[in-house]
Design a protein around this ligand. Structure first.
Ligand SMILES: [Zn+2]
Length: 199
């Protein structure tokens, strides 16, 4: 699928979802068989990295079905680990999705916790969370209070830092963009409206 056509499909799917008109394309047995035989490539049209938050499920938000989206989910849509970056690289180069979307969301607990950490909160009793939150916090702008404005700014900043990291580490992303084969987009999902904004 052409990259701007893929974007239009995500936008239309999100509009269906936000209006309560999802088509929920559930596969019949023929479609399942086709997906097994033909694989993901040529079917999946977007690689999406987003948060593990239970309210932020890309297949529902974009009204998509099985085989449509290649999804990486981590707390705070973090992509520090080799595993996350390898999955993104796989989506771009092997599944050959023409779109790569980094989607943060409102009320993101991971980003809010990282802000608290930056202000002195201690999470060292939870070592894995402590490590992730520390990395997220290092990239966040300074904030003097936890106002909604500051939280939203931090969430946006985290999305853009993820995109920078992907560009820094994955040479295929830059190359494919230059060749017109890939569109890399930042997005923000609003939990209360169900709408995705393209930043
Ligand atoms: Zn989150």
């Amino acid at each position: 699928m052409e990259r701007y056509k893929a974007l239009e499909r995500l936008k239309k799917g999100n509009d269906n979802f936000a209006r309560g008109c999802s088509k929920h394309p559930l596969p019949d047995l023929n479609r399942l068989k086709q997906l097994e035989e033909e694989g993901q490539t040529g079917h999946a049209f977007a690689t999406i990295i987003t948060c593990s938050d239970s309210r932020v499920t890309p297949e529902l938000i974009f009204d998509c079905g099985l085989g449509d989206l290649f999804v990486i989910r981590t707390a705070g849509n973090a992509c520090f680990s080799k595993e996350s970056l390898a999955s993104i690289e796989y989506g771009i180069t092997t599944v050959e999705t023409p779109l790569l979307v980094v989607m943060g969301h409102g009320c993101c607990g991971a980003v809010i916790t990282a802000m608290q950490h930056k202000q002195g909160a201690d999470f060292s009793h939870l070592p894995a969370i402590h490590d992730l939150i520390g990395k997220l916090a290092d990239d966040l702008p300074e904030a003097h209070d936890m106002s909604l404005e500051n939280i939203t700014a931090a969430i946006h900043s985290n999305i853009f830092r993820s995109i920078e990291r992907i560009h820094d580490v994955l040479t295929c992303a830059r190359k494919y963009e230059e060749e017109g084969r890939l569109l890399v987009l930042p997005a923000y999902y609003c939990i209360s409206t169900g709408r995705v904004s393209w930043l």
